[in-house]
Design a protein around this ligand. Sequence first.
Ligand SMILES: [Zn+2]
Ligand SMILES: [Zn+2]
Length: 280
Amino acid sequence: MTARRSPYDGSAIVFATMHDKQRLADDSFAELLGATVVAPEHLDTDQFGTFAGDIPRTLSPYHAALVKARLAMQIAGVPFALASEGSFTSMLGLGVENTELLLFIDSERGLELVESSTMDWPLPAGGPIHSVAEAVAFAAAVGFPAQGLTLRAVGDDGLAIVKDIPTLGELTGHVERALGEGGAVTLIADYRAHRSPLRAHRIRALCERMALRLATPCPRCASPGFGRVAPERGVPCAQCGRATDLIAADIDGCGVCGHQVRRPRAVSVADPGYCDHCNP
Ligand SMILES: [Zn+2]
Ligand SMILES: [Zn+2]
């Protein structure tokens, strides 16, 4: 008899994606949990909104992930699902911030886990293009064609969107044509996971975190997925003793029985610079 690596050993977990995200989870889920990650057939995730803006996003990232995960479970007929949502927020001239959220659902145990990360997006986001030279410079700056680009052109026939442009030659061809028609032309980075190596890298890192978490049993009920659920703020100010916003401890929790463990951080007092009272 061989020992089971995890409660998911030998199980199939469906990743709600049509952009090959299952490949980003496959290694860590196989290695740490013994699970196989698959993509559902015929799942149209674009119906919940696209980065290119041709279909607006109406749900919050968390709810979009939840709806996609449930739909994928239904299509694939398995009780376990992953779904991820990325969002990009423009910081008013201070660059772009990328938040990635990864959701895991185990409908047998009633378990729902979220891992997320927020980081600066180091590549230019794109904007209006007035010449082919500008398009070529932007393509070089983002690392096209590994990082994909989407062209949006507003002409007489309304908005035209071109995705999946494979080469610089085809890109300049599209740009030339669109500029020739006299409309407004915009080039934006394609953030879909299979067209964005940096985004794929970040989703892969979240998948590893999720697999590690699922490999961690709750110390009380032994359910999988014990891990950090929230920070506890309130390190006291060194000068006045009032609670500041600094994180005093991390709280690990179980998504099934609710058991929590507090892990204090190695700080006992906060610099008065963090204090709303001493440094308003
Ligand atoms: Zn103070
Ligand atoms: Zn528990």
